[in-house]
Design a protein around this ligand. Structure first.
Ligand code: NAD
Length: 363
């Protein structure tokens, strides 16, 4: 892999490698685009098989954040970070060092929770830098609002594809019942959905069976079930050459980031099979809305209202995709890119030489 060719093809601004021998910290921060504001995106802790896997993941995730903020109408750029390693290596010192690296970027990147990162971990990061959101003194865990947005996104997808205005009696499979997946099960259960779940963690499956009457499915069969909606809520790249032909559902709509292994090819494959795909970064934007509000002064009612708006954002994307014959994610990308282009083209007005030199003559 050549790093700069990746940065060029995905249009990233900056990739930061962080290392600390004493704590064992190996982290990567990716800043994709800061046109609309500071790059905000969660930190994922994962034991990647190779360093290349970690780089690819952080590049893809950070790009997704740019598009997510743009389509959701937030004034934020896109960024993400990964800490390479197992959650067993968590320590106060490790998170403090990570916080110092974030602080060195002076606000260009703001972090939050993602897979395997908890509010307590972020609070340790926050002892070293103010550029942290999702701490308990602020908006806290974003997962309930992410799940709420996914729930409204599922409603929009069902209305568009199946012509139904409620979810009662529908069969929905949730792959991954961690933070987002479990809150989603709670909402779907209240609506009378027949739930199926799978997770590598048996306790979480047992919890979903106990509380929400879910039936368990094996890890490699959950996506093959006869369903109305398949909701991936674990890790990315679940929609690929192998799994897509095995799907038996008219809708894929879930909270996981980067569900398509290859955005263009695999969104086309879904389209050709008549499967409606809810673009991941649109349907799971509730968490970003939550942390954005934290930066502006938290208002819970406003946050819930914005998460509900995901219903309308997705409906417009579906209509646009149907009208232009393109895939839903490509239609969504186009809308997001238009907002970014407009922001870039806004003229910068000079404010007096003393205040800001936006052009320095070379003499
Ligand atoms: P989490 O770590 O709490 O949950 C992930 C769950 O997936 C865990 O229970 C894990 O055991 C399970 N899992 C891992 N591999 C699996 C596999 N192969 N099959 C089935 N289950 C598997 O993380 P989360 O915060 O719930 O996030 C889930 C997804 O949603 C991630 O892709 C994340 O990037 C995305 N997301 C989360 C938020 C948020 O607010 N937390 C916001 C936007 C997007």
């Amino acid at each position: 892999m050549t790093i700069f060719s990746n940065l060029t093809s995905m249009e990233h601004e900056q990739l930061v490698f962080c290392h600390d021998k004493s704590t064992g910290l190996k982290a990567i921060i990716a800043i994709h685009d800061t046109t609309l504001g500071p790059a905000l995106g969660g930190c994922r802790m994962w034991n990647y098989e190779t360093e290349e896997d970690a780089i690819q993941d952080v590049l893809r995730l950070s790009r997704g954040m740019t598009y997510k903020a743009a389509i959701t109408g937030l004034n934020l750029g896109g960024g993400k970070s990964v800490i390479i390693g197992d959650p067993s290596m968590k320590s106060e010192a490790l998170f403090k060092v990570f916080g110092r690296f974030i602080d060195s970027l002076n606000g260009r990147y703001i972090t939050a929770e993602d897979v395997n990162m908890r509010v307590e971990d972020m609070e340790q990061v926050a002892t070293e830098t103010p550029y942290v959101s999702g701490v308990s003194s602020g908006s806290g865990d974003p997962s309930p609002i992410t799940a709420l947005g996914v729930y409204h996104g599922i409603r929009a997808s069902v209305a568009h594809r199946l012509g139904k205005n409620d979810l009662k009696g529908l069969k929905i499979a949730v792959q991954g019942v961690g933070n987002v997946g479990t809150y989603l099960c709670e909402l779907l259960h209240k609506d009378g959905v027949e739930l199926f779940v799978a997770d590598i963690n048996n306790d979480r499956v047992a919890n979903a069976k106990d509380k929400y009457g879910a039936k368990s499915a094996s890890l490699d069969s959950i996506h093959k079930l006869d369903l109305d909606v398949f909701a991936p809520c674990a890790l990315g790249a679940i929609l690929n050459d192998k799994t897509i032909p095995e799907l038996n559902t008219p809708i894929v709509a879930g909270g996981a980031n980067n569900q398509l292994l290859h955005e263009e090819a695999h969104s086309k494959m879904l389209q050709e099979l008549g499967i409606l795909y809810a673009p991941d970064y649109v349907i799971n934007a509730g968490g970003l809305v939550n942390v954005y509000q934290e930066l502006k002064g938290y208002d819970e009612v406003g946050v819930r209202h914005q998460a509900e708006k995901i219903y309308h954002t997705l409906t417009s994307i579906y209509k646009e995709a149907a009208a232009s014959g393109t895939t839903t994610i490509l239609a969504s990308n186009k809308i997001a890119e238009k907002r970014l282009e407009q922001a870039r083209s806004i003229k910068v007005l000079g404010n007096g030489l003393d205040n800001q030199l936006w052009y320095k003559p070379n003499n």
